[in-house]
Design a protein around this ligand. Structure first.
Ligand SMILES: *Cc1c(COP(=O)(O)O)cnc(C)c1O
Length: 396
């Protein structure tokens, strides 16, 4: 059996998305900026896609800018807010310790340019509180950027409460909602979100396309200069097939959200129940404040990389929080941010499921992970020390 359980990394494209895209490769292939009908048909498709994306998050179509993905949207949102802040002499930004690197590395860049960044703690449960955000806001704070749902452990942040705090204090609020949009209800108006990033390939759309929502009246800065596409804020001929595919995937996901959430949550619970039986294992992140599909476990005494390779042999595609970033040996900053010691963070496993997975596949995972963990522990010198009492267990 082959089981793809790494949907937080990327997803299979839906048939709906694929079919929606097809005409835009070789039938309606005009440049949306061209005035003849080939171009205008593409332009119409582009604007229909914009309407669909806007509707999915309760925004206005004029508030949607298409980008090359979630990373670009994060960069543009944060750098724009920094420019707006600097004009008013405000150069303080608040974020969290466990953001995606598209956010953290952009903040690092701003720090080098003289901005001050406060990274809030996310605690053992992987959730920041609105009160902590409120307490961190200063006179010179120009932006709060807090992710909607974490990509490694799946915890959801109190976005509406943070939005309310930011609105009250008059501070711009951006959220990286790449793991949330199409998976859980997102409403930029009700949640007082000023800027939001989303990405097509995390919800069965194509890769290399995303969108940035920016509330009217907020002035975006360009990352890419050139033509007047995207109302002059993002140059370059639009990737019409990808944009159309993303919008179709998003529309479909939102339409089926309730049933998908129920189905995916049930499969996730199957995983949590099964894997919690492994001795000295731990579910990372809050038990309940999480997206339907993502679970992350630590298993003491083993190494995530070997776990992944052996699971691959069992036909299971999963992810680990260790060494996954370009061969680095440091454990994930996310797992460290929730207080896991290095050696435990190395033994982590992320499983992320979607509506195309089945309970039979979950059973296959629940059957194989304990076997692989036991096998790896049987060869682990750390596990031997733990068993002999030479070292103490971190996870009871
Ligand atoms: C995947 C992801 C991104 C990056 O999106 P791309 O479209 O791959 O650039 C950003 N933030 C989060 C939380 C993600 O999961």
């Amino acid at each position: 059996m082959k089981v793809y359980a790494d949907n937080a990394a990327t997803t299979m494209m839906s048939r709906t998305a694929k079919e929606a895209m097809m005409p835009y490769f070789d039938v309606v292939y005009g440049n949306p900026s061209s005035l003849y009908s080939f171009g205008q048909e593409a332009k119409t498709a582009l604007e229909e896609a914009r309407e669909k994306v806007a509707k999915a998050i309760n925004a206005d179509h004029k508030e949607i800018y298409f980008t090359s993905g979630g990373s670009e949207a994060d960069n543009q949102a944060i750098l724009s807010a920094a420019v707006i802040g600097a004009r008013k002499g405000k150069k303080h930004i608040i974020s969290t310790k466990f953001e995606h690197h598209a956010v953290l590395h952009t903040l690092n860049k701003l720090e080098k340019q003289g901005y001050e960044v406060t990274l809030l703690d996310v605690h053992e449960n992987g959730v920041v509180t609105a009160a902590e955000v409120a307490a961190a806001i200063r006179e010179d704070t120009c932006l709060v950027t807090v992710m909607f749902a974490n990509n490694e452990i799946g915890t959801i942040q109190p976005i509406a409460e943070i939005g309310a705090v930011c609105r009250e204090k008059g501070v711009l609020f951006h959220t990286d909602a790449v793991q949330a949009v199409a998976h859980v209800p997102v409403d930029v108006k009700a949640m007082n979100i000023d800027m939001l990033s989303l990405s097509g390939h995390k919800f069965h759309g194509p890769k290399g396309v995303g969108a940035l929502y920016v509330k009217k009246s907020i002035a975006l800065s360009n990352l890419i200069e050139g033509g007047a596409q995207e109302r002059g804020k993002r140059a370059g001929t639009e990737n019409v097939p990808a944009i159309v595919g993303m919008a179709a995937a998003l529309e479909e996901s939102v339409l089926h959200m309730e049933e998908n959430m129920a189905k995916i949550t049930e499969m996730r619970e199957q995983l949590i129940e099964g894997l919690s039986k492994i001795p000295h294992s731990k579910l990372n992140g809050d038990r309940d404040m999480r997206v339907p599909g993502t679970v992350n476990f630590c298993f003491e005494g083993i190494e995530g990389e070997s776990l992944l390779l052996l699971l691959d042999d069992a036909g299971i595609a999963a992810s680990s929080g260790s060494a996954c970033t370009s061969g680095s040996l440091d454990p994930s900053h996310v797992l460290l941010s929730i207080g896991l010691p290095h050696e435990v963070a190395h033994g982590s496993l992320r499983l992320s499921v979607c509506e195309y997975n089945t309970p039979e596949e979950m059973a296959h995972i629940v059957e194989n992970v304990p076997k692989v963990v036991e096998y790896l522990r049987s060869m682990s010198p750390i596990w031997e020390d733990l068993q002999k009492g030479v070292k103490e267990y971190v996870i009871q």
